[in-house]
Design a protein around this ligand. Sequence first.
Ligand code: ATP
Length: 313
Amino acid sequence: MLSVVPASAESRPVSVQAPAKVNLFLGVGDLRVDGYHELTTVFQALSLSERIRLSPAETLTISVRGDNAAAVPTDDSNLAARAARALAERCDRDPAVHIDIDKGIPVAGGLAGGSADAAATMVGLDRLWETELSRAELSDIAAELGSDVPFSLHGGTALGTGRGENLMSVLSRGELHWVLAISREGLSTPAVYGELDRLRAGGSAPTVRDPAELLQALAAGDPHRLAPLLHNDLQPAALSMRPTLRRTLRAGTDAGALAGIVSGSGPTCVFLCASARSAVDVAAELSGAGVCSAVRTATGPVSGAHVVEEAEQ
Ligand code: ATP
């Protein structure tokens, strides 16, 4: 049946929500000739999220609100601006949009906040401009913007290979409960990879690990089985650059978390807890321990970037 879209609907602002990610497993392989490392990673999308509002405008403009907004560029280097330009070019139109970013994800925290903004912008503009691009086409554009952007679109729990952009959904039964220990001072992702290369130079070649056991624990939905299998090859590099994170990790497990790891390139530390109740207790204890600047609880997995309908706002 033919549906008639009112002319005014096209110019209505669109709101999008996009999740933070944690790497439950991050295996970093050799440095490739293109400068990226070969990765095997298991991502999970968390309930900590960005809110993006896209409104038609004369030219491309950006505003940023929320925690640490001053650390986020509002020029063309913002990943959301790059996403808008890439999509506009693909659709042969002007990137005439105002992007308002409400940061719920810490900046440079190893939680892919910038990637979430890029994914949210793509999903929102797809709706605003009625691009009719397929999910696969959006994912290809996302991969050109950054290694984590395809996962921010995908959401859920996924195995990532290549630079992390080749994704396969994996089964994660039930809900996992996380506590995040956030540091005010971020860590630069390229600098952490550089530190890993430095630590590895002269040492032994990277050990090849396999996430098979972790994937089984996820499918079984058993946080106790999953906890000892959480793994991040970037953690030694992040700890070398920020030694105080050792104290943060210890404080989380002392407080009753099943396990704690550095998230991606850090400095956020994420703690897996046995239940929602335990996560609240761990968060309360960590808040008082003076080992981080903020503490949040979150659950996973959640959906990737999606348009938020009026009733959800
Ligand atoms: P990842 O885990 O994907 O490596 P991250 O979570 O550690 O990334 P981001 O918050 O994505 O880090 O930001 C890293 C840097 O990118 C920031 O320091 C900032 O200068 C720049 N940046 C560009 N666009 C954005 C954006 N929309 N939000 C946050 N930072 C951005």
